[in-house]
Design a protein around this ligand. Structure first.
Ligand SMILES: *Cc1c(COP(=O)(O)O)cnc(C)c1O
Length: 354
């Protein structure tokens, strides 16, 4: 694939690493390419970062044809920049695209786009502890008509944002509320796709939880509202006695790359991991009788996020005295160690940028 590069006339000043939040500052350039059902992908280019102009009837604005990915570039101690399992993001994006009738991107083209873009922007990868360059690939339907059908035109882009450490004041366990009213996804729907629409439908419950002092909601399945699914933007794991339980990928849960990596690290360390149904009753019992030892969420943004309190139908349960547990800490240390290049990557997960 040929990528035409047009460099920005002037480069922005890099922010101080203490001023980084999440997704507020963007780099100098962006990758973008277009697709047409007859032409395929065309006009792959890197251009100065800026607004995208859309026809007012553009599909994405009316029918929500949009998918995205999230991954990070990490600055290693030796100054090199590396990605973490980028092919996993590329494959998941194509799975999401299939679900929303958006076009597939050949894996090698998507990797080339990512690599070329990150290589050009790598000076934006901050080096302070816990900071990284967040990469946001996204694709949307872009037909200029109000007719409803699988799209004939689409756009794929990648933008990048230097982000601060998720844990500025140490790893503080979060409070999570089990949501028993709204549901996020149902089997047969778009739950396994990383699409904007899932988030649009989640916001109401998230806002309600926040008003009550909880940082995110824990979703139950959309049919029986009985089985645990996942947290807002993270998958979830529970250590019940010596079994680590995480909801199985039933079609309504996002197949997280951090989830997959946690499972591989845990299995290698000799833990018993079960991907299975976990009912809210079983979880409640484990909370009551003390067999729930640890609970954590896992996703790219936080890596792992210990859960210190769970609330269900207004009853509050404290987990592990509201502190991070041993297994959660081990996962955090292992994954961040590999990502920032402090630990040897025995899994072959890292992808250095030239
Ligand atoms: C992105 C995402 C996750 C986490 O996936 P990672 O690949 O680990 O970052 C979990 N749940 C939802 C709903 C997500 O959008």
């Amino acid at each position: 694939m040929e990528i035409k590069i047009t460099k920005a006339a002037t480069l922005k000043e890099k922010p101080d690493s203490s001023a980084l939040g999440f997704g507020k500052i963007f780099t100098d350039h962006m990758f973008i390419m277009d697709w047409n059902v007859d032409k395929g992908w065309y006009n792959a280019r890197i251009v100065p970062f800026g607004n995208i102009s859309l026809h007012p009837a553009s599909t994405v604005l009316h029918y929500g044809s949009e998918i995205f990915e999230g991954l990070k570039a990490y600055r290693r101690a030796d100054g090199k920049v590396q990605l973490f399992r980028p092919m996993e993001n590329i494959r998941r994006m194509n799975n999401s695209a299939e679900r929303l009738c958006l076009p597939q991107i050949p894996e090698e083209d998507a990797l080339q786009a990512l690599e070329t873009f990150v290589s050009l922007e790598q000076d934006w990868t901050p080096s302070a502890e816990g900071t990284s360059l967040y990469l946001r690939p996204f694709m949307f339907g872009n037909d200029e008509t109000l007719g409803v059908h699988a799209v004939h035109n689409a756009t794929f882009a990648i933008i990048a944002s230097p982000v601060g450490s998720y844990y500025k004041e140490g790893i503080n366990p979060v409070k999570i509320m089990i949501e028993d009213e709204d549901v996020r996804a149902v089997r047969g729907g778009t739950g396994y796709a990383k699409c904007g629409g899932n988030y649009a439908a989640s916001n109401r419950a998230g806002e309600r939880a926040e008003k009550k002092g909880y940082s995110q909601v824990l979703w139950l399945d959309g049919v029986e509202r009985k089985y645990i699914e996942e947290v807002g933007a993270m998958n979830v794991m529970f250590m019940i006695n010596d079994e680590i339980v995480t909801p199985m990928l039933s079609g309504s849960i996002l197949p997280g790359i951090t989830r997959k990596s946690c499972i591989e690290v845990l299995k290698k360390a000799g833990y018993k991991v079960s991907e299975r149904l976990l009912s809210v009753d079983e979880l409640g019992e484990a909370l009551e009788n003390g067999s729930l030892k640890e609970a954590w969420g896992c996703g790219t943004a936080a890596v792992v996020s210990p859960i210190g309190e769970l609330c269900y139908k207004d009853v509050k349960y404290t987990i592990n005295n509201g502190e991070i547990g041993k297994v959660t800490q081990m996962l955090y240390d292992t994954l961040t160690g590999i990502q920032w290049g402090k630990l040897q990557d025995t899994f072959g997960w890292t992808y250095p940028i030239k």
